[in-house]
Design a protein around this ligand. Structure first.
Ligand SMILES: Cc1cc2nc3c(=O)[nH]c(=O)nc-3n(C[C@H](O)[C@H](O)[C@H](O)COP(=O)(O)O)c2cc1C
Length: 184
């Protein structure tokens, strides 16, 4: 891949919430997970795991418990991003490195989905802090206690062109040498 391609993918990625009635082939999902696998992690602990859900009834359950966000049910595939506390270097660390690691890997997966031409949307309404719903889903899908749900990622062939969204200017977010000194 050439450098320019990476920046194109980053620009192209948007949250997509409408999908065509088309399958996402397993080979493509494998490629996305392969990209996630290569993410950096605390002390190379690689605490992430991914549960691919294609069964429509399970996707409906996920849609219902993730704040009733109906678009989730239209996705062909939902990937659950999981953080295995047992694989974490420091499970009690308040920085929750296993969750941070998993989020980085999940963004690799999202960018790989974009590169392969799929739409995706990150959904955080079902993380493990939402105890009741998380427990319900974990029990239905046999997810062990020490494995936390970090995010859902919907996947499908996009059926929308999202409206432009506002993004912060580089001068608002980047500083030089001391906080508040604008990056030129
Ligand atoms: C951690 C995280 C949680 C999100 N949760 C949701 C969600 O529950 N539902 C949803 O529709 N979009 C969700 N999004 C997508 C954001 O709304 C979206 O990224 C943001 O509006 C910017 O739009 P863009 O992704 O098209 O650039 C989430 C994004 C992130 C990074």
């Amino acid at each position: 891949m050439q450098e320019a391609d990476f920046f194109k993918v980053v620009e192209k990625r948007r949250s997509i919430r409408k999908y065509k009635n088309r399958e996402v082939p397993d080979e493509d999902i494998t490629q996305m997970i392969q990209a996630a696998r290569l993410a950096p992690s605390t002390n190379n602990t690689q605490p992430w795991q991914f549960l691919v859900v294609k069964e429509p009834e399970t996707i409906k359950l996920l849609s219902a418990v993730a704040g009733g966000q109906h678009f989730i049910a239209d996705a062909n595939t939902v990937v659950m991003a999981l953080a295995n506390r047992g694989s974490s270097c420091c499970p009690g660390n308040p920085s929750m490195w296993h969750v941070q690691d998993t989020m980085i890997a999940t963004e690799h997966l999202v960018l790989a989905a974009t590169a392969l031409g799929y739409g995706s949307c990150w959904v955080a309404m079902l993380d493990s802090r939402n105890t009741h719903n998380a427990t319900l889903v974990k029990s239905a899908l046999r997810i062990p206690d020490d494995v936390e749900i970090v995010a859902l990622v919907t996947l499908g062939v996009s059926n929308e062109v999202p409206s432009p969204r506002s993004t912060n200017d580089i001068h608002q977010i980047a500083f030089s040498e001391a906080y508040g000194n604008s990056w030129k």
